[in-house]
Design a protein around this ligand. Structure first.
Ligand code: B4P
Length: 195
């Protein structure tokens, strides 16, 4: 199985690149952000609870997203592998993901970290806010999402670097150029697995 974590600050292009990865490698794409927005749209209890955090730019509690992620993995027993987009976002989530995969005799194959400066991130998210009207793409919420990213999520880079799984890739440039760099790194891991 090929299990890819796509990592990066809000607006770094995780969702965009995940779609390309899914198409090229035939993986199941799990975006915890998309799952939470679907719950919000369906006005479920979980969705109503999550919305309070998302509009403030805060993370939804670990136990909620970890449970949601494990359920999605269980629903896809035939998967050739997964793309984890926007998960993990805390050290506790990173440790939980390792444990969940271990239950299935699996592990993370590679962690791609998309590197983009804050100015560009803010620009991209404000533009998406104008186009799509997402409730968290406004300046105030974007600023708290970035703070949360640096305080709670970025430390995971060290966690994966220690496991020898982290690959940092520039997330600036055209979507195709960035994807070519990602595919090069993933292909290397695929080739190593075959050896
Ligand atoms: P997400 O939906 O994951 O939102 P995000 O991190 O802000 O990234 P997103 O996927 O939207 O952006 P992308 O990098 O694709 O999460 C939303 C909220 O849900 C979180 O703030 C949190 O509250 C909650 N949540 C989700 N997962 C959680 C978890 N695990 N634990 C706790 N809470 C969780 O960037 C997209 C934008 O950039 C697009 O507009 C795109 O068109 C543009 N773009 C992409 N590539 C580009 C390029 N090369 N050049 C120019 N623009 C580009």
């Amino acid at each position: 199985m090929l299990n890819v974590v796509i990592f990066g600050a809000p607006g770094s292009g995780k969702g965009t690149q995940s779609i390309h990865l899914k198409d090229k490698y035939g993986l199941i794409h799990i975006s915890t952000g998309d799952l939470l927005r679907a719950e919000m749209a369906a006005k479920t209890d979980l969705g109503k609870m999550a919305e309070n955090y998302i509009v403030e730019g805060q993370l939804v509690p670990d136990e909620v997203v970890i449970g949601m992620l494990e359920d999605t993995i269980k629903k896809n027993p035939e998967a050739k592998g997964f793309i984890f987009d926007g998960f993990p976002r805390t050290l506790a989530q990173g440790e939980a993901l390792d444990e969940i995969l271990k239950k299935f005799g699996q592990e993370i194959s590679i962690v791609i970290s998309l590197e983009v400066d804050d100015e560009e991130l803010i620009d991209r998210l404000l533009k998406r806010g104008e186009l799509m009207g997402r409730s968290d793409d406004n300046r105030e919420t974007i600023e708290s999402r970035l703070k949360v990213y640096y305080n709670q999520t970025a430390p995971l880079k060290e966690f994966y670097a220690e496991q020898g799984k982290l690959v940092e890739i520039s997330g600036k440039g055209s979507i195709e150029e960035i994807f070519a760099s990602i595919a090069e790194a993933v292909d290397k891991v695929v080739a190593e697995k075959k050896e």
